[in-house]
Design a protein around this ligand. Sequence first.
Ligand SMILES: NC(=O)c1ccc[n+]([C@@H]2O[C@H](COP(=O)([O-])OP(=O)(O)OC[C@H]3O[C@@H](n4cnc5c(N)ncnc54)[C@H](OP(=O)(O)O)[C@@H]3O)[C@@H](O)[C@H]2O)c1
Length: 223
Amino acid sequence: MLAEYVALSAEGVIATPAHLTFEEAATLPCAALTAWHALVTRGKVSAGQTVMLLRTGGVSIFALQFAKIHGARVIITSSCDAKLARAKELGADEIINYMTIPDWEKEVFRLTDKAGADHIIEVGGTNTFPKSLLAVAMGGTFSVIGGVSGFTSEVSLREILGKSVLIRGIFVVSRDVFVAMNRAISQHQLKPVIDCVFPFSDTPKAYRYAESGAHFGKVVVTV
Ligand SMILES: NC(=O)c1ccc[n+]([C@@H]2O[C@H](COP(=O)([O-])OP(=O)(O)OC[C@H]3O[C@@H](n4cnc5c(N)ncnc54)[C@H](OP(=O)(O)O)[C@@H]3O)[C@@H](O)[C@H]2O)c1
């Protein structure tokens, strides 16, 4: 909100998990809740399933953490080996550098014995959407969340109908789901991954840094 004082309806706020700082809790309302809704409330991810994540921004890193507490296998892509190493430390099972392996959808098939991924958390948009459709498994769930590289795409109807893919748009969600997500975050003592925290006076720098795509997880502005 970039404000020191804000008047809000009591129904519009909830308690933060006790083990989190304000900076950590500030990462939850958008990226975390979206990832949780796609993967857990709607996606009903379960142990043993494969989750495909694109890039290492806020949504994808929360999705990685949520997939792991549900016992799923995670495949994640990034442009950067150092970021992939950090994803591995967080529990990613398979990592793919999409700069060195541009046909990463084929790699997903190889890694899954030609089955494909049960869940795709699609945040890439224009550049990744067609490849993500190729990487999804028969009967898989495809959550359309963002468009880091743009919001238009050519879509293969053959892939959608041939594999009976469930494509679902996700746009954050309600307070009830937020409360449920926070219960899980508390139970697992899960810590949001913050790349860096900028002081309020450096807000423009924080935006420029987030825009550069150099971050891993979340960028925070503290008041
Ligand atoms: N539907 C919803 O309710 C909802 C909620 C939250 C976010 N979103 C959308 O979901 C998408 C992802 O959100 P996010 O918060 O995870 O994004 P983010 O933190 O900005 O992450 C984007 C990632 O994309 C990669 N990237 C490569 N080149 C980039 C560039 N030039 N600029 C920015 N990123 C670049 C980077 O990862 P690598 O270096 O690893 O490739 C970066 O970490 C966005 O389109 C956002 O608007 C939607």
